[in-house]
Design a protein around this ligand. Structure first.
Ligand SMILES: [Zn+2]
Length: 240
């Protein structure tokens, strides 16, 4: 069994940022690596692809291991087995999750911004456990910047944060979950799937977007909206 030698395929394009039809412009399949009996083997195929939408040229490595096939042996369709068992890595790494613009440009403190870049950097390079640990580090920097005592345990830091920063119940739940995930990665060897890690990062983004972007805007608006007893000055109303 070998990796399917297709001429085109639909995959994530780093140029468009979406799934696109691509042409495989060239490929190279080195001799498979195998154990002394030839029972366990790994086959690689290096491919150069070009997006049919934006013409971006990129590279991918497809890897097929006999042990992955063994796990799927109950499936009757050999092509389906190969598709399921083949692991594909893209270079430059697929940027389906990249640091959002609001996060890079907003008034997030530099020290926190740096730690968030660690999270995205690890994610894009498939370093799942370090990315999960980095989530906790980013929150720890957030606690430090909020003036919370660095010597406290994480659970207590979350309690204090909820109190002094007036966080909502869902915000507190989000903090607890992210801290627990980071601790599980650091101390218990927990390794979430890439999809689960994406969900954790989305939760972290949601928390910081609410804190650093939405809250200041709402605070500003609350100063502008006239109270019940105030009369609206017509000269300040647009179009009058
Ligand atoms: Zn493209």
């Amino acid at each position: 069994m070998k990796i399917d030698n297709e001429k085109s395929r639909k995959t994530h394009c780093p140029g468009c940022g979406n799934n696109r039809n691509t042409d495989i412009k060239g490929s190279f399949e080195p001799a498979r690596a195998e154990d002394q009996h030839g029972d366990i083997w790994v086959q690689e195929e290096y491919r150069i692809l070009q997006c049919r939408g934006c013409d971006t040229v990129f590279f991918e490595l497809a890897t097929l291991c006999s042990e992955e096939i063994y796990i799927l042996e109950g499936d009757a369709d050999p092509e389906h087995i190969v598709r399921q068992a083949t692991v594909i890595k893209q270079y430059p790494p697929s940027a389906e999750l990249e640091m959002p613009n609001w996060l890079a440009q907003s008034s997030i403190p530099y020290k926190l911004n740096e730690r968030l870049r660690d999270v995205y950097g690890c994610y894009l390079n498939d370093l799942v456990s370090p990315a999960t640990a980095s989530l906790r580090t980013a929150l720890d920097v957030f606690f430090e910047l909020s003036g919370i005592d660095d010597k406290l345990r994480f659970e207590r830091k979350c309690e204090v944060a909820q109190e002094i920063l007036e966080l909502s119940g869902p915000d507190r739940k989000c903090l607890d979950t992210l801290i627990e995930a980071g601790s599980a990665a650091v101390h218990r060897g927990w390794k979430p799937s890439k999809k689960e890690l994406g969900t954790l990062i989305s939760a972290l983004e949601g928390f910081f977007k609410n804190y650093y972007v939405h809250r200041p805007i709402i605070e500003e608006m609350s100063q502008k909206v006239p109270g019940k007893s105030e009369k609206i000055n017509p000269s300040k109303v647009d179009g009058v």
